[in-house]
Design a protein around this ligand. Structure first.
Ligand code: CNA
Length: 318
């Protein structure tokens, strides 16, 4: 994808919010690309928002760059760093924002081609966005895998540990360690391997003599910096959606994380692109920028389109 990326020129015929409404009404295959900004109204911090984003809260961890919390090499060295903040982005209940509701509405109207989400909170599912309409570009908390033996569990099996800020251990590793016979354990001190030493090892009842293996850490199946994105991301985008998309809506992302940040640049130039976020981006040109809280923007788009976006967070008279 990177090789094909280049800055796209703006399409001059689209400028206003009413142009955006018309595009929405006419489109049949919309790509919606989302980021952490669509979940902040639910109390889940994004990465980069000043004062409220996760990165502004990480000074105490002694990292040189806040992104290191999601660095796979650092996770392998010390998983406690990640688990000390993971609870902040793990949703506590099955709620969703009006912006998630908007994506579901596009699905109901048969207009949603794919929602490419960078979010790992899995909240799209709460809104009813179907799995086949979604690519979780950076994985999610929905499942977790042992870094040692690859044992996989449903994500909620480790949610209690995450919420307590603990490092979750692999239950399969714990079980196999518990059933290990002393012969299966390695001796701590080096042995000459002669008969006498082996006899001593087998007879020994002193646990300190053995190197007890430690269980693996359960890592939520989210994509860390330094890990590959799921194959489905590039496959679906390049070999399927690129040909079909007739509108792109990017919502609540600073578009700083590659390769997702490169998506707008690799889509055909004639496909209109709309950007909805609190903060403008300068490294990519969109045809229409709708700056503000995404819940407010999508509500207004739906109101103007005559679409019924019902959600308890949208006041009935607005
Ligand atoms: P980011 O870099 O923090 O950007 C978020 C963007 O959304 C910023 O431009 C904000 O101004 C904007 N924003 C924040 N709140 C709102 C709002 N209510 N309405 C409109 N705009 C808003 O985060 P990105 O998503 O761009 O970065 C990609 C990372 C973030 C991915 O790898 C995610 O895994 C990761 N992340 C995900 C979550 C989550 O799943 N909820 C939370 C935190 C980080």
């Amino acid at each position: 994808i990177s090789r094909e990326f280049s800055r796209r020129p703006k399409l001059s015929q689209y400028n206003t919010i009413d142009d955006a409404v018309k595009l929405l009404q006419e489109a049949k295959n919309i790509i919606v690309l989302t980021g952490a900004g669509i979940s902040t109204s639910l109390g889940i911090p994004d990465f980069r928002s000043k004062d409220t984003g996760l990165y502004s809260k990480l000074a105490h961890l002694g990292l040189s760059d806040p992104q290191e919390v999601f660095d796979i090499h650092i996770f392998r060295e010390d998983p406690r760093i990640f688990f000390s903040i993971a609870k902040d982005i793990l949703p506590t209940e099955k709620k969703y924002s009006p912006t998630h509701g908007f994506i579901k509405l596009l699905q109901d109207k048969g207009k949603l081609l794919t929602n490419y989400t960078q979010n790992i909170d899995n909240i799209e599912a709460n809104a009813g966005v179907r799995a086949e309409k979604m690519v979780q570009c950076h994985g999610s908390f929905a499942t977790a895998t042992c870094v040692k033996c690859n044992f996989k569990v449903p994500g909620d099996a480790i949610f209690d540990d995450i919420r307590e800020g603990k490092v979750p251990e692999c239950s399969a590793c714990v079980e196999s360690i518990a059933t290990l016979k002393p012969q299966g354990l390695k001796r701590k001190r080096s042995s000459t391997g002669n008969q006498k030493d082996r006899k001593e090892f087998e007879d020994s009842s002193d646990e300190d003599d053995y190197e007890i293996p430690t269980p693996g850490v359960m890592k939520p199946d989210i994509t860390f910096f330094g890990e590959d994105l799921p194959d489905e991301f590039g496959q679906r985008l390049v070999h399927h959606d690129r040909e079909l998309a007739d509108l792109v809506i990017v919502i609540g992302t600073s578009l700083k994380v590659a390769p997702v940040a490169e998506v707008p640049g690799i889509l055909p130039r004639n496909v209109p692109q709309i950007y909805i976020s609190r903060t403008p981006v300068s490294h990519t040109d969109f045809d229409i920028d709708l700056l503000g809280d995404s819940d407010v923007v999508v509500s207004e788009l739906c109101r103007r389109a005559g679409w019924n976006l019902e959600h308890h967070m949208i006041p009935a008279d607005e």
